[in-house]
Write a protein that binds this ligand. Sequence first.
Ligand SMILES: C[S@@+](CC[C@H](N)C(=O)[O-])C[C@H]1O[C@@H](n2cnc3c(N)ncnc32)[C@H](O)[C@@H]1O
Length: 259
Amino acid sequence: MSNENKLIHKFDFNFICDFFSTTKRQGPGSPEVTLKALSFIDNLTDKSLIADIGCGTGGQTMTLAEHVEGKITGLDLFPKFLDIFNENVKELNLQDRVKGIVGSMDNLPFQNEELDLIWSEGAIYNIGFERGLNEWCKFLKTGGYIAVSDISWFTEKRPAEIENYCMKKFPEMDTIPYKVAQIQKAGYIPVTTFILPENCWTEHYFAPLIRAQELFLDKYAGSKIAKEFVAFQHYDEEIYHKYKEFYGYVFFIAKKIGQ
Ligand SMILES: C[S@@+](CC[C@H](N)C(=O)[O-])C[C@H]1O[C@@H](n2cnc3c(N)ncnc32)[C@H](O)[C@@H]1O
């Protein structure tokens, strides 16, 4: 295993979140992709209740909120992300129907069969794709939708370097057909899947990180761990460019079926 690969385990969650507080998104994605995923969901009205789980600072939540009429609750573990989320809500004058709350995806504060839509971009891996699908299903109404993006393998086999690197970060990472089967087994009808285009990584994720890295290195001037963290991110980007035909983010959209 490379030194860079060992590094991810050294960084404290708060340290990582502090870094990502200065970026609009905390993972690959884009407004276009959020809207493409939304276009497959056909049950929403102004009465709809929507949860965005692992919302971060709410980049995708604000896009959703500007295109649906229902009420949206963004939930994330990290309070600083929610402070920024709720500032963004105010700036966009969405406070009558969008709010960010601190919470954990393994203990959601919703009622059974309350939600019309569960959204989650780049976050379900924290609980595990299969566990998240299973545990979150009860909060959805029958006919409600789940739309999640998750890192996935594009091929059955891949070079050892990328296999080892990704499996350390995302132990349950798997292929698209495997994940679709998990969706079916968890009580949903798979509606569609699509691969996020490269610009979700390059333009919307890696490019904004450059400014965030500068701010971070200024804030923690002289810190060895901050330098290592930024070095790790450069390695993460290199790895992406080297192996992008083997993996990427995929949107999975599914509908809850009746029992
Ligand atoms: C890769 S970021 C994605 C954020 C945002 N959805 C986006 O796409 O920009 C993953 C998010 O999951 C949150 N997270 C991690 N563990 C969590 C948990 N147990 N419950 C809720 N959120 C969690 C992190 O704080 C972070 O905001």
